[in-house]
Design a protein around this ligand. Structure first.
Ligand SMILES: [Zn+2]
Ligand SMILES: [Zn+2]
Ligand SMILES: [Zn+2]
Ligand SMILES: [Zn+2]
Ligand SMILES: [Zn+2]
Ligand SMILES: [Zn+2]
Ligand SMILES: [Zn+2]
Length: 307
């Protein structure tokens, strides 16, 4: 938590913040009471171990009431935390307006504070770590009691670092495979996928008791399902019976004689028709032969000069 070297950008940024908010604090009559409502302390005396507290209680920011955090000095010599200075644009004790050049970091104060022993910020959650303030942020990056966000895309939940893997095992956004098609989806989308997975099995809608893959269902109902009504194979020779596909064989056995009779009748009809056609054809042939003879004799008569 050392005060970092201020870059040109930082300076511009803090300067902007200051000039954007144009409210000087009016309450300057009681400088011993920090104006806590507007400012949040980054460090409290209680964050430090008892041995350090005796020293640290002399390093209190007037604005937030906390221990100096990245302290800076203003034109009139007062010291405040950098975040606190960014909220106001003038010294709360003298009303002097800040400008670019009067926000110098006070590195030696930071260095003294950085060396003091602190508790982990997650002490209340059970972390027993203690160390120098300067080591705190590194500890927090591995602290098991630190709250962290679940890093699975889409999830906005979080948990203590020590519990996060347990959360992620059940996280609604973890990627899981569909048991039917093996494609992977965030868990939360799987239920919708199940409603349309082509490999998912469904009860046949015609109640044949078969379970059919969604992608094959249409074909099953059309060509395979035993509960679908079909016409007898001998429809063309006159059996107009309609029955469930599963009774097909039974129908064929039960109606063997009927089919035979129908077939014989069909053949007889066919023969009758054929005979009729043959008679018609031979009559037409006779007529045409007669025409032919007439034509021939006409040609003969013409060639012998009768005409
Ligand atoms: Zn402060
Ligand atoms: Zn001042
Ligand atoms: Zn910790
Ligand atoms: Zn999650
Ligand atoms: Zn699937
Ligand atoms: Zn079926
Ligand atoms: Zn039939």
């Amino acid at each position: 938590m050392t005060t970092k070297v201020e870059t040109k950008n930082d300076k511009e940024k803090s300067n902007n913040n200051i000039s954007n908010s144009n409210t000087c604090l009016s309450n300057t009559t009681n400088p011993s009471t920090p104006i806590k409502s507007k400012y949040t302390p980054n460090l409290e005396v209680a964050d430090f171990l008892p041995d350090a507290q005796a020293l640290i209680k002399d390093y209190i920011c007037y604005l937030c009431g906390g221990v100096y955090f990245n302290p800076r000095i203003d034109r009139c010599g007062h010291i405040y935390c950098t975040p606190c200075l960014k909220i106001t644009d003038c010294c709360p004790l003298t009303n002097a307006i800040y400008n670019d050049s009067n926000l110098t970091p006070i590195n030696f104060v930071s260095a003294i504070i950085d060396k003091q022993m602190v508790y982990c910020r997650n002490k209340s959650k059970g972390c027993e770590w203690t160390g120098k303030l300067i080591e705190l942020s590194e500890h927090q990056s591995i602290c098991p009691k630190q709250s962290i966000k679940c890093d699975i895309p889409g999830c906005i939940e979080g948990d203590l670092r020590e519990n996060i893997s347990k959360h992620q095992e059940n996280c609604e956004y973890r990627v899981v495979p569909c048991v039917d098609c093996q494609l992977t989806f965030p868990k939360i989308l799987l239920e919708n996928h199940f409603k349309e997975c082509p490999e998912g099995k469904l009860e046949c809608p015609k109640n044949c008791n078969e379970k059919i893959k969604r992608k094959d269902l249409e074909k099953h109902v059309k060509d395979e399902c035993e509960n679908i009504s079909v016409y007898c194979e001998f429809e063309t020779i006159g059996c107009l019976d309609k029955f469930n596909r599963k009774y097909f064989e039974k129908h064929m056995i039960d109606n063997h004689s009927k089919h035979n009779l129908l077939a014989i009748k069909k053949i007889a009809d066919f023969q009758k028709d054929s005979q009729k056609q043959i008679t018609e054809l031979s009559e037409r042939l006779k007529i045409s032969e007669k025409n032919n003879e007439d034509l021939n004799s006409l040609i003969n008569e013409m060639s012998t000069g009768k005409y």
